[in-house]
Design a protein around this ligand. Structure first.
Ligand code: BGC
Length: 785
């Protein structure tokens, strides 16, 4: 039977049930028609397949799997072939562990360095993030499983992530926040997409017609499954209407009942034909996955080797004064810092992998020709292994600052008393500020290396391998230097993206703000020279010569700008890149083609991608701040009408967007900005909003949560449950409790928090019995069919 025939045999109750999850990880099955559940599992840099009690926060044990470097790390390789290799290995492990849809990669834009999940995201640049994400998707899907890019879209903060409205102008939305997804869908062929928790311009991502229908389905031609983030469904009927296919994780049968009611009780909110349309990709997937052979297993050692290769190719050498690295054979080294014995190699939360094994520096150092001494004063070089603590990089919470913990800086400073030859080896999945940099003679940034990080880093330190990674995010001198500094921290629901397109280097480069390390920066043990640029209608060609003594790789970057423009524009924007391996003393001819994204901008006049006519500047560089070759090209325009007079948007014209006034942003936004909601709590408000709840019970719950949260920060170990609940809206109680709590009950609980204790309690008790009865009835009907 094909998918359409199966659908014709389903009852409405079965259809409605198929559109939400059965438990933490599976969609519903219909045994009488041989429709199997689809099994989802995290995650982006390694499988987190739970066999026992499931949770979406990485709390309960999962089966051992390879922990690859996280996305933020692998992005530094600028090498899609590595993404593809990791993807294929992830896909193989997914099949081996009976997983059909792998919930990754994550590709939200790194808007703020404080976002707690930056370690799971690729970059502050959409082209780079998109190309890397597409490579993972291709790799994963080559193994006959689906990849699920996430979180669609504009989910760039953890605080209040489930109760937040991202307010972003249409052009910035398209060019900055959606382009990476577009590439993952169109070039990667992603078959699943995860809708984000937040609202985008006043509509939850999962019921946002503009995102899910106009753009994802109609413009990009996506024909796969949209799955909600875990607990991200608000109004299930509205979601299905927008062709969101599976509500996860386990709302019981409450959501299914809502759907049936809307389809049958003359409300006219949804038709059965729309429900059929939403089921189609689920049935197609269930048929597709049936063929998979789950008995094969995977080669742990081979995957460990892939993790190591990725870590080697992604490490970034940031400082190397007097060529302190690589260390010569026999060098006397002293190992210091908190990560010698206990590496930090991944982040916390749903992406956390139970690794098949984890290397440590302490044990791996024995395999290298170095002499380890105890005291720093007896060493020729001190290797200091340091970085961000676990609490700083976790789903569910943002960082408080971009600092390295004080105790580590103190340790570093105390080492300088004994030895001036210190090489820092850093672990962190996001940018940090470096006022301590002068204390180091060398700095190798491994990011979060995955399980094979120790040998990968030691290979580079000893020169067995050469560093080839470059940064995929900017390193500001201070958080206050960021364009989003005045906007990203709001505690309110409406999170205005007032900086427009000027995030990361787009801001620093345009507004001339000095940074510690620019986007695209990375050193090598060899040197390169660029020459002979030619620009044609198809792209750029140039030559790179390895002028040093070692074979190595250079990451050449193509940026495009348009100095004379009637549009808001960053000075330069990345439009292509190539990593080229070149032998010492040899030269390589490099080509970077133009594509459909090189010159396009999104016009809010025509509501289409257009090209502005005129001269464009072409830059080829080793980083955004180190342009080696320049040229120009003239393009014919596709439209002359501009969306605004740029002189009326002075901050955006200059790129100096740190203090954009409300009115200027409103002008860019081109409609009235949303007001903050006032009045009593409703089911979409979050637990963290109960500080001033009417009822003492509400305020007490808030105080308990806050206290536990603070304790977890004090300890430095994330309490994921508390972090999740703190930011969770009340409605999630009915979406994540396997049918125990209905929406009606949740509404009554909120009534209690609003100070109407007895009315609320009555609703909770009545709702409890009604819900139990209805669930039973529904389940029986599903069994009987
Ligand atoms: C995360 C997703 C993850 C899901 C399932 C959510 O909390 O945001 O990235 O895939 O849980 O674990």
């Amino acid at each position: 039977m094909d998918a359409k025939e199966i659908i014709s045999k389903l009852t409405l109750m079965e259809k409605a049930a198929l559109l939400s999850g059965k438990n933490e990880w599976e969609s519903r099955d219909i045994p009488r028609l041989d429709i199997q559940s689809i099994t989802f599992s995290d995650g982006p840099h390694g499988l987190r397949r739970q066999e026992g009690a499931g949770d979406h926060l990485g709390l309960n044990a999962s089966l051992p799997a390879t922990c690859f470097p996280t996305a933020a790390t692998v992005a530094n390789s600028w090498d899609p072939s590595i993404g593809e290799e990791i993807g294929a290995a992830l896909g193989e492990e997914a099949v081996a562990q009976n997983v059909d849809v792998l919930l990754g990669p994550g590709l939200n834009m790194k808007r703020s360095p404080l976002c707690g999940r930056n370690f799971e995201y690729f970059s502050e640049d959409p082209i780079l993030a998109g190309k890397m994400a597409a490579s993972y998707v291709r790799g994963i899907q080559s193994q006959h499983v689906y990849s699920c890019p996430k979180h669609f879209a504009v989910n760039s903060r953890e605080y209040r992530r489930m109760a937040m409205n991202a307010v972003v102008d249409e052009r910035t939305l398209r060019e900055i926040y959606l382009t990476a997804f577009e590439i993952a869908v169109k070039e990667g062929g992603a078959k699943t997409i995860m809708s984000a928790y937040n609202e985008v311009n006043g509509k939850y991502a999962n019921e946002n017609e503009h995102l899910l229908v106009d753009i994802l389905r109609n413009e990009w031609g996506f024909d796969g499954i949209v799955v909600t983030d875990w607990g991200a469904s608000n109004d299930h009927v509205a979601g299905v209407k927008c062709q969101s296919n599976v509500e996860m994780p386990n709302p019981g049968l409450d959501s299914a009942r809502e759907l049936i009611k809307a389809a049958t009780e003359g409300e006219g909110r949804i038709t059965e034909a729309e429900i059929d349309k939403a089921i189609l990709p689920i049935i197609e997937a269930a048929i597709y996955f049936k063929e998979n052979d789950h008995t094969k297993g995977f080669d742990k050692e081979a995957h460990h080797a892939i993790a190591k290769k990725a870590a080697v190719n992604s490490a970034v050498l940031l400082k190397n004064d007097e060529d302190i690295l690589p260390l010569a054979a026999g060098t006397k080294v002293c190992l210091r810092g908190p990560f010698v014995e206990k590496p930090r190699y991944q982040g916390s939360g749903s992406s956390q992998v139970n690794s098949t094994k984890v290397e440590t520096i302490a044990e791996q150092i024995k395999n290298y020709d170095l002499t380890v001494v105890e005291k720093p004063q007896d060493a020729e070089v001190v290797l200091f292994f340091f970085g961000l603590d676990e609490i700083a990089e976790s789903e569910g919470g943002d960082r408080m600052s971009i600092d390295i913990p004080e105790y580590q800086i103190k340790e570093l400073e105390s080492l300088t008393v004994f030895n001036k030859h210190i090489v820092g080896v850093m672990s962190a999945g996001s940018s940090v500020k470096m006022p301590w940099l002068d204390n180091l003679q060398g700095l190798l940034h491994g990011y979060l290396t995955g399980q094979a990080g120790a040998s990968a880093l030691l290979d580079i330190i000893t020169g067995k391998e050469i560093p080839t990674g470059k940064l995929t995010e900017s390193y500001p001198f201070a958080y206050a230097d960021c364009s989003i500094y005045n906007y990203a921290g709001t505690e309110k629901r409406n999170l205005q993206y007032r900086e427009g397109p000027f995030i990361g280097y787009r801001y620093y480069d345009t507004a001339d703000v000095a940074v510690q390390f620019p986007f695209g920066f990375g050193l090598s043990y060899t040197t390169f020279e660029y020459s002979a640029l030619t620009v044609s209608a198809d792209g750029v060609k140039f030559t790179i010569t390895n002028t040093g003594k070692r074979d190595g790789a250079e990451i050449a970057q193509l940026y495009v700008g348009k100095a004379e423009s009637g549009l808001i524009r960053p000075k330069k924007e990345l439009k292509g890149f190539k990593k080229v391996w070149i032998k010492a003393g040899q030269a390589a001819d490099v080509e970077i083609p133009f594509d459909d994204k090189t010159f396009r901008y999104f016009s809010t006049v025509s509501n289409k991608w257009e090209i502005e006519g005129g001269e464009y500047q072409i830059y080829v560089g080793a980083s955004v701040a180190d342009i080696k070759l320049t040229g120009t090209i003239t393009k014919e325009g596709t439209i002359t009408e501009l969306p605004y007079d740029i002189n009326t948007l002075p901050s955006y014209k200059s790129g100096k967007v740190r203090n954009v006034h409300y009115e200027e942003f409103e002008k860019l936004y081109a409609k009235p900005l949303p007001e903050e909601k006032v009045g009593p709590l409703d089911i979409n408000d979050a637990f963290c909003q109960m500080e001033d709840a009417k009822s003492g019970i509400g305020r007490l719950v808030y105080r308990i949560l806050k206290k536990k949260l603070d304790q977890s920060y004090e300890k430095g170990i994330p309490d994921l449950n508390i972090m999740f609940i703190y930011n969770m809206p009340f409605r999630a109680m009915s979406k994540m409790t396997g049918g125990m709590v209905s929406r009606e009950m949740t509404e009554s609980i909120v009534t209690i928090f609003n100070g109407h204790f007895f009315r609320g309690l009555g609703g909770v008790i009545g709702g409890f019995f009604r819900n139990r009865r209805e669930n039973k009835k529904y389940e029986e009907r599903l069994r009987r069919n």
